[in-house]
Design a protein around this ligand. Structure first.
Ligand SMILES: Cc1cc2nc3c(=O)[nH]c(=O)nc-3n(C[C@H](O)[C@H](O)[C@H](O)COP(=O)(O)OP(=O)(O)OC[C@H]3O[C@@H](n4cnc5c(N)ncnc54)[C@H](O)[C@@H]3O)c2cc1C
Length: 276
């Protein structure tokens, strides 16, 4: 399990460029959407970080993000920036700074399509390199995340992996009662997905009545959450699935892991302390 999961393929990194500009006399009224995707050449891979990038001007939507007469802009590449050329460079060195400028120039060019004189307007800019993501976010080799090709199932991606292609391993481990969560397991990369894997882990460990109670409680917090109330559906659902929760998947032996790792399952109350 450790061997297989430790060797899963990963994406490259994302190149980032954060810009603050003087927007004096800048008319952006032609932009309906503050987020744009720029593809240099549709004949090239969209994974190529020098081919695909996006820019986003959040201050079009929310004026409180910067002082009046300014704009903040975030430009970023696909997650395909290769790490290898970067790993030879020392942050702060002239070579590193020059390579940062070289690799980020495609990001400047993307936003220039919308604001041609952006470089004259710049008041602040900073580039996020793979080494920055590695150092500040502790992402291994600055990666955007695990990369399993769509259409096939990753190892340990669950009992349905032969029927449905799940590109991320599930939460289970060979250790009883130990689950993983985060963006290297199902449902995958992104803050919503990483949070969802945490919710799946919590649900796996609890009786279904706890989920239903929590949903009921959340539904009373604000009228906009009323839809979360499980209502009569919850009453029907509870006796049907209650017997299967907490999930038996917490017991590694039941899901086919052959392991010598000692069980961490809490001892039953009938066992004496000595037996434990
Ligand atoms: C550059 C970049 C841009 C992204 N942009 C977006 C986006 O716009 N929208 C979106 O939804 N998602 C985005 N993502 C993806 C999203 O950020 C991740 O999928 C999500 O944050 C993963 O959450 P996580 O908790 O699994 O891991 P992480 O957020 O990576 O958290 C792991 C934590 O573990 C810590 N850690 C690592 N190793 C150790 C160790 N040995 N000991 C102790 N602690 C350790 C790290 O410091 C880190 O705090 C982006 C990712 C990157 C790298």
């Amino acid at each position: 399990w450790k061997e297989a999961l430790g060797k899963l393929p990963r994406h490259g990194a994302i190149m980032h460029l954060f810009i603050a500009i003087d927007a004096e006399g800048l008319d952006l009224s032609h932009i309906d959407d503050p987020a744009h995707l720029v593809v240099q050449d549709w004949g090239r891979s969209l994974q190529d970080s020098q081919n695909l990038c996006s820019f986003f001007i959040p201050s079009i939507l929310d004026k409180s993000l910067c002082p009046e007469g300014k704009h903040v802009i975030h430009v970023y590449s696909s997650g395909g920036e290769p790490y290898e050329p970067w790993e030879k460079l020392k942050p702060g060195s002239d070579e590193y700074e020059a390579y940062k400028e070289e690799r980020a120039s495609v990001l400047w060019e993307a936003v220039e399509r919308c604001i041609p004189d952006i470089r004259e307007r710049v008041e602040f800019s900073i580039i996020g390199s793979p080494l920055a993501h590695e150092a500040f976010l502790r992402r291994d080799r600055g990666t955007y995340g695990m990369a399993w090709a769509a259409g096939t199932s990753a190892p340990y991606s669950g009992l349905l992996r032969n029927i449905l292609p799940f590109p991320f391993p599930d939460l289970k481990t060979p250790v009883d009662g130990l689950l993983r969560c985060g963006d290297s397991c199902f449902p995958g990369i992104g803050t919503p997905s990483a949070a969802a894997s945490g919710a799946i882990a919590a649900n796996t460990m609890n009786h279904v009545s706890k989920h239903l109670d929590l949903l009921k409680e959340a539904s009373t917090i604000d009228p906009m959450y009323e839809f979360l109330n499980p209502g009569i559906l919850g009453d029907v659902y509870k006796p049907i699935v209650g017997g299967f929760t907490p999930s038996s998947e917490l017991d590694a032996s039941q899901i086919g892991f052959q392991t010598n790792i000692p069980s961490t399952k809490p001892a039953s109350t009938s066992e004496s302390a000595e037996q434990v």
